[in-house]
Design a protein around this ligand. Structure first.
Ligand code: WTA
Length: 658
């Protein structure tokens, strides 16, 4: 957990240095008046923001709030893809670049204008309709970071079919779980993608997943790599065969503001992921407004790069919907940061004149490890603003980012939000709010946040507690797909009338907010959310495993790393030399069941797990063991010897990480 500890306090006095550069002192998009207006009447302020969108039927109601159900702008109608594309083309911006797309292989790049995007999305919308996709049908999208991912999302939005984008790193099993949960009947995928200089297959995972999903009618396959794929006649269709020949114009329909736009699966505290679902008008209002104000967007000149994957919410909100609704130019990059050299990102920034970079602390810490020489070798002077998202940013990384990437002039905005919130919730506004290294600072205008104790009482300045959201906001999740009970239970049952975020937070002496990490069994690995339960579930699915306990231990680069304690069904039977092989097998098994991102950093085989008298696994204690902290109170353990034994095992395997 990162917090205002001593090192941070020491850095705070430097704060004055982190005033925004002159360019931001007359921020065109926001002033302190923005905060005042939003605070005096949040609903009216949001309604004003919503009116910057193009509505086919203007809304007359702003918010209907029947806790925990919010409806925003519900009698208005609009089309998300029209707001992201058509209206910019209609206003003469057709030649403007929507995306500079950069593939992982060198010289593999495409520039797509707003007019191009309109043609592509129109054709894809016709293609989906010709395959039988209808309004309300869920479409699963399992693609690499290629332009077709954006096109597919917007084509779904255009015809009112909610998309469910599934991160391309997920396994066949994770994919089938998500397809079944949403009852998606259509899948859009590719033969494969390029990752770390290699071709990574996608279609085989879809074929495998669909063995369990008999209701999927069609699979639309983009040819990206040219690798051989198996083919199921009647079900599988090549994208280029069906999309490219379609008419290039498509009449969009208008949908109610509360029409579902998408489902995004994310990890909760149990083994099964939750389908967070978002609707249209409020979500677009929230993402476009936050994008405009948090990044002080100047649509004529900015080149935005949200270096995230479209398979996660950050990609949805700040590669696709927010930037396109604002009509800006974005960069989209397919590959890993070190493909073609450790300076790949800095080359991209130099080449395209990127002005706004938005990424996760894990990436920043990795660049720190690789050394300043890589960014220094490039002209990064186009950059004027830096953003951070996904996990707590430690002050050292914040300062490095500002100094070495932001040439000591770019404001750094640390933005806190979640898949559930749809858009940014806590953040400074450059030029308006002062910044502190490591702090997300203040709620975005129109957002109400509190830090409370276990009884739900607001904590005073200088104290820590649990983060809650105290008023509905336009981009909020409208539910968990198909599971109303879980929606109420997860977010609305802990404190009456408040949304429980699952994060710890502290208000410093000046009332500014510091995010402290999760307080539940959700881990945050390189900004990816995973639950301890889903990794445990995967481990116990292996024939050799009897029991597993998983914890997120702090890690210098990835924020947290997965450490698993495993007991075997026939303990004692694994010969000493075979242990390493079994551990590797278990890691691979988790990679296959969930995703390579879920592979534990370390697996400890132990004859027993520490439990309370009531039989609950003592996770807190295991976390202490995994982080090499002192063990604290072990009096409630059934067998205190187990703990010291695990501790010894940890010491033995301390160098096992790979
Ligand atoms: C964490 C990603 C600290 C937090 C947009 C949250 C952060 C979870 C920050 C949501 C931040 C996100 N500082 N922690 N600036 N941003 N988090 O749903 O624990 O993938 O609950 O959404 O990431 O992750 P999710």
């Amino acid at each position: 957990m990162t917090g205002p500890d001593e090192a941070v306090e020491a850095l705070l006095h430097e704060q004055r240095q982190f005033r925004p550069s002159k360019e931001f002192s007359d921020q065109a998009n926001a002033t302190t008046k923005t905060y005042e207006d939003a605070a005096s009447d949040p609903e009216a302020w949001w309604a004003e923001q919503a009116r910057t969108l193009e509505w086919d039927t203007p809304f007359t109601t702003t918010l209907e709030w029947d806790l925990p159900h919010a409806k925003w702008f519900s009698d208005g109608t609009l089309n998300a893809s029209v707001n992201c594309i058509d209206r910019h083309v209609a206003s003469g911006q057709g030649d403007k670049v929507a995306f500079h797309w950069v593939g992982e292989p060198e010289n593999d790049r495409v520039t797509i204008t707003y007019a191009d995007l309109l043609v592509r999305v129109s054709q894809a919308a016709h293609a989906l309709e010709s395959l039988g996709v209808q309004e309300g049908d869920r479409v699963a999208i399992y693609l690499p970071m290629i332009p077709e991912a954006v096109v597919a999302m917007l084509a779904c939005a255009r015809i009112g079919a909610p998309h469910s984008v599934i991160f391309g790193g997920f396994s066949a099993e994770a994919l089938s779980d998500r397809i079944l949960d949403a009852d998606a009947r259509f899948v859009i995928t590719a033969d494969g993608g390029f990752r770390r200089g290699e071709i990574s297959p996608l279609k085989p995972a879809v074929d495998e997943a669909l063995k369990k999903c008999p209701d999927v009618h069609h699979v639309l396959v983009v040819q990206r790599t040219g690798q051989e794929v198996s083919w199921k006649e009647g079900r599988d269709v090549w994208w280029h065969d069906i999309v490219d020949s379609q008419e290039t114009t498509h009449s969009p329909k208008s949908f109610p503001a509360e029409h579902p736009l998408y489902i995004m699966y994310t990890s909760g505290t149990t083994a099964s992921p939750k389908g967070i679902f978002h609707t249209t008008g409020g979500y677009l209002t929230h993402t476009s407004t936050t994008h405009r104000l948090v990044f002080d967007v100047k649509p004529k000149t900015d080149v935005c790069w949200t270096a995230a994957d479209i398979g996660w919410v950050t990609g949805h909100s700040y590669i696709v919907y927010g930037p396109l609704a604002n009509g800006v130019t974005s960069v989209m990059y397919e590959g890993t940061p070190d493909a073609g050299g450790r300076d790949r990102w800095w080359r991209i920034i130099e080449e395209y004149g990127v002005t706004i970079l938005y990424t996760a602390p894990t990436a920043i810490r990795t660049f720190m490890k690789w050394g300043e020489e890589h960014p220094q070798a490039h002209d990064l002077s186009s950059l004027r603003l830096l953003g951070s998202v996904g996990e707590p940013i430690n002050p050292e990384a914040w300062i490095w980012y500002r100094t070495h990437i932001g040439s000591d002039t770019c404001p750094v905005v640390d933005t806190w939000w979640q898949t559930e919130t749809g858009g940014i919730m806590i953040t400074p506004l450059p030029g308006v709010t002062a910044t502190k290294p490591g702090a997300a600072m203040v709620p975005f205008p129109g957002i109400s946040v509190d830090v409370v104790d276990n009884e739900g009482h607001s904590v005073p300045d200088g104290h820590g507690g649990l983060l809650v959201l105290t008023r509905p906001w336009p981009g909020m999740l409208r539910g968990i797909w198909g599971d109303e009970e879980r929606f109420r239970e997860t977010y609305w049952s802990r404190f009456e009338g408040m949304y429980f975020a699952g994060d710890g937070a502290k208000r410093d002496e000046e009332g500014d907010l510091w995010l402290l990490g999760r307080v539940d069994d959700v881990m945050n690995i390189s900004g990816h959310r995973l639950s301890t339960a889903e990794v445990e579930h995967a481990l116990v699915g292996h024939p050799s495993v009897a029991e597993a306990a998983v914890v997120g231990a702090s890690d210098d680069t990835t924020g947290q790393a997965i450490v698993a304690f495993v007991t075997l069904k026939m303990s004692g039977e694994v010969a000493q030399g075979d242990e390493a092989g079994l551990i590797q097998e278990l890691r691979n098994h988790v990679g296959e069941v969930i995703s390579p991102i879920a592979k534990p950093r370390q697996i400890i085989l132990t004859p027993d797990l520490p439990k309370t008298r009531s039989g609950k696994i003592m996770r807190r204690l295991l976390r202490d063991v995994a982080e090499h902290r002192s063990l604290g109170d072990v009096t409630t353990l059934t067998d205190p010897a187990v703990v010291s034994m695990i501790d010894d095992l940890m010491a033995e395997h301390a160098n096992d990480d790979d």
